[in-house]
Design a protein around this ligand. Structure first.
Ligand code: M6R
Length: 623
């Protein structure tokens, strides 16, 4: 949610910033801007509504590229203020000396704005960010007027520190000032910032995608920390100016993993990457010969997990759907009381966290504000906190007591696909790990880990049907209402199928338990309405067939996802997409794939931007 990139070093900043913004564009894409300090010592700022390509065209009109070697850029997902050039970042104070980019929300911006307006400052935008820029400028001028700084101290640093003490809310910020043209200041509270450490240069960004092409050495800034960066020096401190020893770590992912390669869209690439992502996710964790699951990140918590009174799986969106799959898995296979709950609801309902509660935060980005807040709440109430996270070094990953990384590789498409299947894989491994230590027989355990190991190959078979899925989808994708129905393990898959379709093709879709339909939503079914049934082999198969009949009787068109070899299903459905036969608990890993493809092909056919759907951003870092 908003992407920040900033640079200080010896290279020309502008192309670097633009390249970084392109990589971060999936975090927000309604407007963008850059600020650099040019040769004459002035702030050079350009902003534009729309994508980074629009900003690039604006910059091309300047004919001569600015040679500055310090600057910052921002790609916006609007919170305060509409999408206009005036509201786009960077923002400046009213003296025009200080420029700022910001990700997060300044919650007390209205009070600060009133205070600053009464002091005579004039605002141009409707944003909370401009208030912070103005506040920093105001403090800066105050300190300067009092002229009481020790020699060698950065006035800008002092002003940023003082201003941040007045601020309530969340921020990841980068600040430059024309009076200190070699100094870049960055700070964070609640919004991610990573500092890439190069040779006489630093590149700071909201996530690793903008850094990885320049250096693999990074420092993850913690909440309430800041850094003063110059080409030849850097210092990390708390906002209270206490020195912090910086821990430099190595980035895991390579630049190629962020590239589109031969695919037209990241979403398609990531759908097709799933077999490989699952191989990476299970590597070293499934020991087939020993009939064992190894989860290193949980080894120290096995006892707590085995004796957990309750496991709470929490997340948002797709991650919550994976949590719901986990709920079925952990109760069914490990016989542990489990609850999947929206992080945003858990956080604010004053939840009861009994002794021996384990909370597992599920998140691709590891930065989702709601999930982070829920995890912190649970931890504060005494729960053991664990994470199932994709982004290495992300805030959730660093704050939980333990956990399991997905190792799915970067997910760039806003619609989450490979993260979902890998989250389900990790939850399956967890259920097996605990189940085997509780009541599960070695035979069932062996059958299930063998099944899990075969998923990549089986999934490739499902992927080969992409063209069939496209043909079916194109027949119905002008319809504005779809239903997705499933029972048991397939209920979360139905929710996921509906979410995918909604978010990238703007078709209204609902997912629900197939049985729930007749308690109200059946009224929606009209002649020709597409209804996707998850109708795989399993103990509720006959009941699903009855639900299909109910829809057919009202004119709905049935698209069934069924088990290979099931000829019977053809009698009830207009279309059948087959998936290989596998144990019921593993079926979501296969049945979700055709639903991802339905969403992809529908969006494409309707001319939607598959990777950057309207109003959305990849990582939701505000509550
Ligand atoms: O990064 P996270 O997994 O925490 O993100 C959670 C949701 O915002 C995310 O899954 C969202 O629902 C996706 N856009 C769905 O495709």
């Amino acid at each position: 949610m908003c992407g920040i990139v900033a640079y200080v070093g010896r290279k020309i900043a502008q192309p670097l910033l633009i390249e970084g913004l392109k990589r971060l564009e999936y975090r927000g894409y309604d407007s963008a801007g850059i600020a650099v300090i040019d040769q004459s010592g002035d702030l050079f700022i350009r902003r534009a509504v729309g994508r980074i390509s629009v900003l690039e065209s604006v910059l091309q009109q300047d004919k001569v590229q600015c040679q500055a070697s310090i600057g910052m850029g921002h790609t916006r997902w609007a919170t305060h203020g509409t999408v206009t050039e005036l509201n786009a970042h960077p923002h400046t104070d009213d003296s025009g000396h200080i420029a700022l980019v910001h990700n997060g929300i300044i919650e007390n911006y209205a009070a600060l704005k009133k205070f600053l307006t009464e002091k005579g400052h004039t605002f141009r935008s409707q944003t909370d960010t401009e208030v912070l820029a103005m506040l920093i400028g105001d403090v800066y001028n105050d300190i300067k007027a009092r002229n009481h700084l020790a020699a060698g101290t950065s006035l800008l640093q002092k002003a940023v520190q003082a201003a941040l003490h007045e601020v309530e809310g969340t921020y990841g910020i980068a600040v430059i000032c024309k009076d200190e043209p070699d100094t870049l200041i960055v700070a964070r509270k609640g919004s991610p910032l990573i500092i890439g450490v190069g040779q006489d240069e630093y590149i700071v960004a909201s996530d690793a995608s903008a850094i990885v092409g320049h250096t693999a050495q990074v420092i993850y800034l913690n909440d309430n920390e800041m850094a003063v960066l110059r080409p030849d020096s850097f210092r990390t401190t708390t906002i209270d100016d206490v020195d912090v020893h910086p821990v430099v770590t190595q980035l895991e992912n390579k630049l190629e993993e962020y590239e589109l390669g031969d695919y037209p869209h990241y979403m398609l690439k990531e759908i097709f990457e799933q077999p490989h992502a699952i191989e990476n996710c299970t590597r070293g964790r499934l020991e087939l010969r020993e009939n064992r699951v190894v989860l290193g990140g949980l080894a120290n918590f096995t006892k707590e997990l085995l004796h957990a009174r309750r496991i709470i799986l929490t997340g948002q969106g797709t991650a919550w759907h994976a949590g719901l799959v986990g709920d079925y898995l952990l109760e069914d296979l490990a016989k542990i009381v489990t609850e999947a709950t929206y992080a945003s609801e858990f956080r604010y309902r004053n939840p009861l966290v009994e002794d021996n509660t384990v909370v597992i935060a599920i998140s691709q980005s590891g930065e989702t504000a709601d999930t982070l807040a829920a995890m912190r709440e649970a931890k504060e109430k005494g729960a053991l906190s664990l994470g199932i996270v994709n982004a290495v070094g992300s805030t959730i990953a660093r704050e939980v007591d333990g956990g399991v990384y997905l190792h799915a590789g970067p997910e760039i498409g806003v619609a989450s696909t490979k993260a979902f299947t890998c989250q389900c894989v990790v939850l399956t491994m967890l259920a097996l790990y605990l189940g085997r230590r509780r009541f599960m027989s070695p035979q069932i355990h062996q059958e299930l880990i063998d099944g899990l190991a075969s998923i990549p190959e089986l999934m490739n078979r499902v992927l080969q049907q992409s063209d069939l899925v496209r043909q079916i989808t194109e027949e119905y994708c002008e319809r504005e209402n779809w239903l997705f129905l499933g029972r048991g393990y397939q209920y979360p898959v139905a929710l996921e199928g509906a979410l995918k379709l909604k978010e990238i093709s703007y078709i209204h879709a609902e997912g629900m338990p197939a049985a729930e339909m007749k308690h109200g939503p059946i009224a929606l079914i009209s002649d020709g309405m597409p209804v996707v049934f998850l109708a795989t082999r399993g103990y509720q198969y006959d009941k699903v067939i009855s639900n299909i009949e109910e829809v057919r009787a009202r004119g709905g068109k049935i698209i069934a996802v069924a088990t290979e070899g099931d000829e019977n299903i053809k009698r009830y459905s207009q279309h059948v997409i087959y998936v290989p036969d596998i144990h019921e608990s593993l079926q979501p890993l296969l049945t979700v794939v055709p639903l991802q493809l339905i969403a992809y092909h529908a969006a494409l056919h309707r001319g939607c931007n598959v990777d950057k759907p309207r109003n959305l951003a990849k990582s939701v870092t505000v509550e």
